[in-house]
Design a protein around this ligand. Structure first.
Ligand code: NAD
Ligand code: IPM
Ligand code: MN
Length: 372
């Protein structure tokens, strides 16, 4: 029996609330599965700032490097609006991504059958939707230098962010997208803005050459990212895998989230390269949504994005495919029974709390596993 080591970062706002629900699932698996999961907790974001004066301590960075997988809630909130930029809550998450080398962010958007009416789009547009956004996560304008505000000396200031991509960064994320496409609809759509950005020209060029060299069997299409956003809302089922840069991926995945009914539904996996000697890869699993300060503390947060992110951990870090499938099925079954947190409820529909949704998913796990 193996023991897997998780590091949990609940974070801020609704982060700790949804993490409590994942803990129920982790305990259930340890009690009922083949392997056990041990976990430690760390501080990140505003909660780390309040204790350490920075968005993540060196000690917690060391723990994150050593963990088999990091499970991350959410960070940020108005309480920390005025803290210095370098120690703002979001800096903790960005450091984890960069220092752990988590360049591949997988953001699947799946419309659960029971929620086909919950989207702001018409049912036939999103029913059966199953797309995957592969977002480059350690490059682009998020990390490019220079990144600063400078005084121009004439009373004016200049804010500078720099979009930088090297060909190896594009090639490796394209490889991830093509490999994943082969396991699903065998189709990749690459999105950039080559009409205005040099990095977009290079992106298009490298994705095309990677395709030609190693993935000619996969269907490849290119789209300008603004048109891609429009197409995602017009007819999202035309897509299988979308591969795009850090910033476009951030925005397009929030759009994709709403196709599924709520930001509270969208999980993600952030993966590093596989170590050739150990066969292991660093990984962090987090919902796509943020700390939702507007509902924090109200028991109204939907824990499904967080729990489905743990299902991705089972799939990608622990090769526990049957358990991952079972957990996703448990989520689906809870939704089929009409259980709804507020964000996915139709007007007038009864709602349940964050904890009740977590309990309901554990009850479905029990039912699926035949445990009383
Ligand atoms: P948000 O995702 O926190 O919230 C947007 C809207 O979606 C809100 O109305 C919120 O109530 C709702 N929502 C989000 N998650 C939900 C859930 N699980 N259940 C029900 N409703 C949910 O985005 P925001 O308001 O723009 O950002 C708030 C803070 O979160 C900011 O400080 C931002 O930087 C941070 N943020 C953090 C992460 C992260 O930690 N990964 C991601 C995005 C935003
Ligand atoms: C996300 C978030 C983060 C991002 C923030 C909190 C740094 O919006 O994961 O989607 O912009 O990548
Ligand atoms: Mn985002």
């Amino acid at each position: 029996m193996a023991s897997n080591k998780l590091l949990l970062f609940p974070g801020d706002g609704i982060g700790p609330e949804i993490m409590e629900e994942v803990k129920k699932v982790i305990s259930w698996l340890s009690e009922n599965g083949e392997d056990t999961f041990e976990y430690e907790e760390g501080l990140v974001g505003g909660s780390a700032y309040d204790v350490h004066g920075c968005a993540i301590s060196e000690e917690d960075m060391v723990k994150a490097q050593a963990a088999d997988a990091v499970i991350f809630g959410a960070v940020g909130g108005p309480k920390w609006d005025d803290v210095p930029y370098d120690v703002r809550p979001e800096a903790g998450l960005l450091r984890l991504r960069k220092d752990l080398g988590l360049f591949a962010n997988l953001r699947p958007a799946i419309c659960y059958p029971a929620l086909a009416d919950a989207s702001s789009l018409k049912k036939d547009i999103i029913e059966g939707l199953d797309i995957l956004i592969v977002r480059e996560l350690t490059g682009g304008v998020y990390f490019g230098e220079p990144k600063e505000i400078i005084e121009l000396g004439n009373g004016q200031k200049r804010g500078i962010d720099t979009q930088v991509y090297d060909s190896y960064e594009i090639e490796r994320i394209a490889g991830v997208a093509f490999d994943l496409a082969r396991t699903r609809g065998n189709k990749v759509c690459s999105m950039e803005k080559r009409n205005v950005m040099k990095s977009g020209v290079l992106w298009n060029e490298v994705v095309t050459s990677t395709h030609k060299a190693d993935y000619a069997d996969v269907e490849l299409e290119h789209m300008l990212a603004d048109a891609g956003g429009m197409q995602l809302v017009r007819w999202p089922k035309q897509f299988d895998v979308i591969v795009t840069d850090n910033l476009f991926g951030d925005m397009l995945s929030d759009v994709a989230a709403m196709l599924t009914g709520s930001l509270g539904m969208l999980p993600s996996a952030s993966l590093g390269a596989t170590d050739e000697t150990t066969g292991k890869r660093k990984a962090l699993y987090e919902p796509v949504h943020g700390s939702a300060p507007d509902i924090a503390g109200a028991g109204a947060a939907n824990p499904i994005a967080m729990i489905a992110s743990f299902a991705m951990a089972l799939r990608y870090s622990f090769q526990k495919i049957a358990e991952a499938d079972m957990l996703e099925k448990a989520i689906s079954n809870a939704l089929d029974k009409g259980l709804r947190t507020k964000d996915i409820a139709q007007q007038g529909e009864a709602t349940i709390t964050t904890a009740q949704m977590g309990d309901a998913i554990v009850a479905e796990l029990n039912a699926l596993a035949g445990v009383s």
